[in-house]
Design a protein around this ligand. Structure first.
Ligand code: NAD
Length: 365
C-alpha cells in the first residue's frame, strides 16, 4: 500500500480525555466527604468570583419549550474554557424523571482540546449549595442557627448541609406541597446530625428562621413567600426562580430587600428581579467578596440572594473536580479526540483502520 506523504513517524499515544461518570462522582464525594467537598467548591467559587474581570461572561443560551428549558452555560478565563449543558423541566418529576440534569466540559484555550468531561447533575447540586452558603456567609444575620427550606426536592439536602458546614446552621424547618418530599428530606438530614422539623405550611416553616431558602420548581410566577410572611432582618436564599416566567418571591418583598445577584444581565432575564424595573439597583456577589460593596449592613435589613446559577460557578466546580482526579483516581479515559498521527491526515487514519480486523469490528480488545 502506498504510504501517505503526510505520514511520518510511528503512532503517538491517543489523546484521552478524563471522564467523571455519576458513579465516579459519588466515589469522589464519598472519598473526600460531602461537606468537605461543598466547603472546597465554595473556596474555588469565591476565588473565581474575586477575579471576576478575568472571565468572559454572557447570559446563558436558553432553548425554551412549554415543558421547560435546555441551557448552555459557557465561560473562559483565557486559559481554560468551560461549559455546562443543563435542563430545567418541572413536569419531569411526575414522569419519574429529574427536574434538573447536567453535564459539562473543560478545555485548554491554547489548543482547544478538552481536558475533562463530567456528569454535572450531582456537581450542580453541590455548586448551587456551595454558592448559596457562600453568599449567606456575607449576607445572613450573624450567628444564624435556623434555616427554613421550602421545596424539599433534589437540591434540598445539599442546601441544608452546605449551610450547616459553612454557617453552622443546626436546625432546618422543612415544607413542601408534597409531604413525601418532606419526609424524604427529613429522613436524609436527620442522619446528618441536624435537628429537622417537618412543617405543615410555608408560613410555619419560616417561623423563627433567620435564613429562608426557597427551592421549588414550577414553571409560573408562583408566590412561595408573600410580603406579610417575611419579617425584617432575615436572609432569603431564592434559588428556584431561575427562568423567564418562573419566580417564587412576591414583588413587594423584593422592594423591601437588598438584592444580591451573580451576573446582573442574566438575573434580569431569569431571576426574581425580572418582576422589577430594569433600573432597580442590585449588587453583584463579586463586589461583596472583594470588599468593593457591603454585604449585610444592619440587623434589620432583609438581604436576598436572587440565585439563578452562573457559568463561572460551574467552571469553578469543574476546576475543583479536575484537581481531584489524580488524588482520587476516580475517572476513566475517553477516546474523544481523533488525534491522527499526522494532524492533517484524518482520512488516512480512517483508511488505515479499514484494513484492520479490530477497526472492522471483527475482534474486540
Ligand atoms: P425538584 O423538582 O427535585 O424539587 C422541587 C420541589 O418543589 C418538589 O418537591 C415540589 O413538590 C416542590 N414544590 C413545588 N411547588 C411548591 C410550592 N408551591 N410550595 C412548596 N413546595 C413546592 O427540583 P430541584 O432539583 O430540587 O430544583 C428546585 C428548583 O431549583 C428548580 O426550580 C430548579 O430549576 C432550581 N435550581 C436552581 C439552581 C440555581 O443555581 N439557582 C440550581 C439548581 C436548581
Amino acid at each position: 500500500m502506498p504510504q501517505s506523504p503526510l505520514m511520518t513517524s510511528s503512532p503517538s499515544p491517543l489523546a484521552l480525555v478524563p471522564f467523571v461518570s455519576v458513579e465516579h462522582m459519588m466515589k469522589i464525594v464519598n472519598t473526600i466527604g460531602l461537606q468537605q467537598v461543598i466547603r472546597d467548591i465554595a473556596g474555588y467559587i469565591e476565588a473565581d468570583f474575586k477575579r471576576w474581570h478575568s472571565f468572559d461572561k454572557r447570559e446563558r443560551v436558553a432553548a425554551h419549550s412549554t415543558e421547560g428549558v435546555i441551557e448552555l452555560m459557557p465561560t473562559s478565563d483565557g486559559e481554560t474554557y468551560g461549559f455546562k449543558y443543563v435542563n430545567g423541566h418541572p413536569a419531569n418529576m411526575a414522569r419519574g424523571f429529574q427536574t434538573v440534569t447536567a453535564f459539562g466540559l473543560l478545555a485548554r484555550v491554547e489548543t482547544g482540546y478538552p481536558i475533562l468531561l463530567s456528569e454535572m447533575t450531582l456537581l450542580t447540586a453541590l455548586r448551587t449549595a456551595a454558592t448559596s452558603a457562600l453568599a449567606a456567609k456575607y449576607l445572613a444575620p450573624k450567628g444564624a442557627k435556623t434555616m427554613a427550606m421550602i421545596g424539599n426536592g433534589a437540591q434540598c439536602e445539599f442546601q441544608a448541609l452546605a449551610f450547616a458546614e459553612i454557617l453552622g446552621i443546626k436546625k432546618v424547618r422543612l415544607f413542601d406541597i408534597d409531604h413525601k418530599a418532606t419526609e424524604k428530606a427529613r429522613y436524609n438530614l436527620s442522619m446528618r446530625g441536624l435537628e429537622v422539623i417537618a412543617c405543615p405550611s410555608a408560613g410555619e416553616a419560616i417561623a423563627g428562621a433567620e435564613i429562608i431558602t426557597t427551592c421549588t420548581a414550577d414553571k409560573q410566577y408562583a408566590t412561595i413567600l408573600s410580603d406579610n410572611m417575611v419579617g425584617c432582618g432575615v436572609h432569603i436564599n431564592a434559588i428556584g426562580g431561575d427562568c423567564p416566567g418562573k419566580t417564587e418571591i412576591h414583588k413587594d418583598i423584593l422592594h423591601r430587600s437588598s438584592i444580591f445577584v451573580e451576573y446582573t444581565a442574566q438575573t434580569r432575564i431569569e431571576g426574581e428581579i425580572q418582576q422589577l424595573d430594569a433600573a432597580h439597583p442590585v449588587t453583584e456577589l463579586w463586589q461583596v467578596f472583594t470588599g468593593e460593596a457591603e454585604g449585610r449592613a444592619s440587623v434589620d435589613q432583609i438581604t436576598l440572594f436572587d440565585s439563578v446559577g452562573f457559568a463561572t460557578e460551574d467552571f469553578s466546580a469543574l476546576r475543583y473536580l479536575y484537581d481531584q482526579l489524580e488524588r482520587t483516581g476516580h475517572y476513566t479515559e475517553l477516546d474523544l479526540l481523533a488525534d491522527p498521527d499526522d494532524p492533517r491526515d484524518l482520512f488516512g487514519m480512517l483508511h488505515r483502520a479499514s484494513n484492520s480486523p479490530f477497526y472492522q469490528g471483527k475482534i474486540t480488545a
